[in-house]
Write a protein that binds this ligand. Structure first.
Ligand code: ZN
Length: 500
């Protein structure tokens, strides 16, 4: 490999990450503080930058260079690995580039037209008015994938696009185990004596919630030197590098726990990015972590730490002090039980920890059925309701709370949902390994969140995507992906909580 080629690669990487940074900051600004009246101006310029970014990222000359680099034994491991990964991403671009341009443009237009149709259909609870455009999206999707000329099944290709290495074989096994063991467990919790959590949903003035949030951010050590929290309608995390991670949260005046758990969730994403080895900043090794792996870290923080008794042993007195009238008489015991309540519900984004994976199982079954042709688009709503009945014992009375609740399919995103459930399962596996080495309860109880973050840095975070998920699991947990930990965790937790 010639010196100048290496230089060319570095310059390309620098340009790519410069555009990434600009687009990330513009995106954060847009979602949080940017004034409304400048929208049209900003959107036009952003589209120009997007186009530039796309052009740089899919440069065919660079693709050829990357292919040479990944075979060059004289380069160091990280550089070769980065080139190999970048080549994969460029290949991803080739999946787009293999599509005739007019067809690609038409697909973009189809999605743009689908969004308002979906929104209106949702407002009017009218799946039938969305079905024709959904049918078009599915047909277009099949056509787009056909240009790849892959011999893999089309839905497998979609699953792999979102979570490299995944396919129906692995997910089938995963979701089969989940439904087999969680459906009866959920049924038992429904029949058991119900836990009172009404105290969480009183009037909680936002000012008081914000005052507590300051303490909480300190507790989870989301430090202003590398992180910043804002407010948005839909909480998210975004970043430019290890030293600059932004999260958002949303306060609800009649719900004291929502902003707290969403903050713990988002700062989990931020901690992950913050602890990726800074030598990978600006390279694909920091940016290419899969969504399942990222979600494993946010869910570990939210569910396995944030809903834990020891977490609240430290934090509950401060929350009570903020809200003496609402929580003064609620014991720590009752509070912790309250934030872990489970009950089957219709809307995925509001689901609790136990029923959540069943919402994903429904979507997985539906997507499989869509692409193997076993569920015609006209019958999707029926199939949706049947699956909810089967898995959760309830079904939607309206399409807004049923099949039209998520925007994903209107956006052409198929194969993405399963990564949400995968993240929780990874999280339990990591936690089981962590608890063999450190006293998690003691760390939480005594305000030493960094003990847990340090373990995660050493065993998961710092690699970025210089290792595959499988390799990270092997190193951290000593075995391949194994959903048994997740199932065991849920069974133990909810059997105890509901005295089953
Ligand atoms: Zn998340």
């Amino acid at each position: 490999m010639k010196e100048e080629e290496l230089k060319q690669f570095e310059t390309w990487q620098m340009r790519l990450s410069a555009y990434q940074m600009a687009l990330a900051l513009i995106g954060i600004d847009k979602e949080t503080v940017a004034p409304e009246d400048g929208t049209a101006y900003r959107d036009e310029r952003t589209a120009v930058l997007d186009g530039e970014y796309y052009r740089i990222a899919s440069d065919p000359a660079i693709y050829a260079l990357l292919k040479r680099m990944k075979e060059d034994e004289t380069l160091d491991h990280d550089t070769r690995r980065a080139a190999a990964l970048a080549a994969l991403y460029v290949k991803d671009m080739s999946h787009t580039l293999c599509v005739p341009q007019d067809e690609y443009v038409a697909y973009g237009r189809l999605l743009a037209s689908a969004y308002p149709i979906w929104r209106k259909a949702k407002q009017h609870n009218d799946y039938a008015s969305f079905a024709p455009v959904l049918k078009d999206i599915i047909a277009a999707k099949k056509k787009l994938y056909s240009y790849r000329q892959s011999c893999e099944d089309i839905y497998d290709q979609m699953l792999d696009d979102y979570e490299p290495g995944m396919n129906r074989r692995i997910y089938d096994d995963f979701f089969e185990k989940l439904t087999e063991r969680l459906v009866p467990l959920i049924q038992k919790t429904v029949r058991a004596e119900q836990i009172d959590d009404s105290f969480l949903y009183q009037n909680y003035p936002v000012e008081g919630q914000k005052a507590f949030m300051k303490d909480l951010l300190q507790y989870v050590q989301f430090d202003p030197s590398w992180g910043y929290q804002n407010e948005t309608e839909h909480p998210f995390t975004s970043w430019t590098c290890a030293g600059d991670c932004r999260t958002t949260t949303k306060y609800l005046p009649d719900n004291v726990i929502s902003a707290i758990l969403s903050t713990v969730h988002e700062t989990g994403h931020a901690w992950y990015r913050h602890q990726i080895d800074p030598k990978y900043d600006g390279t694909i090794l920091a940016e290419g972590v899969s969504s399942g792996m990222h979600e494993s870290q946010s869910r570990l923080c939210e569910n396995l730490l944030g809903r834990r008794r020891s977490f609240w042993e430290y934090n509950y007195p401060a929350l009570q002090k903020q809200f003496p009238a609402q929580l003064g008489d609620v014991s720590l015991e009752r509070f912790v039980k309250g934030i872990n309540v489970t009950r089957p519900s219709l809307v995925r984004t509001e689901a609790d920890e136990l029923t959540y994976p069943m919402h994903i199982a429904v979507r997985y079954e539906m997507e499989k059925g869509i692409f193997n042709g076993s569920i015609p688009v006209e019958h999707l709503e029926e199939a949706w309701n049947d699956l909810y009945e089967k898995y959760l014992g309830i079904h939607a009375e309206t399409a807004a709370e049923g099949i039209l609740q998520d925007v994903h399919w209107a956006d052409g995103d198929f194969g993405y949902f399963p990564t949400y459930a995968l993240g929780s399962a990874y999280a339990s596996q990591f936690m089981a390994a962590m608890e063999k080495q450190i006293d998690v309860d003691e760390a939480l109880r005594s305000g030493h969140y960094e003990t847990i973050m340090t373990w995660l840095r050493e065993h998961v975070h710092h690699y970025g995507c210089s290792l595959t998920n499988e390799e990270i699991l092997q190193k951290a947990a000593g075995e391949s992906f194994n959903p048994a930990y997740y199932l065991q965790y849920l069974e133990e937790k909810y059997s105890r909580l509901y005295q089953l």
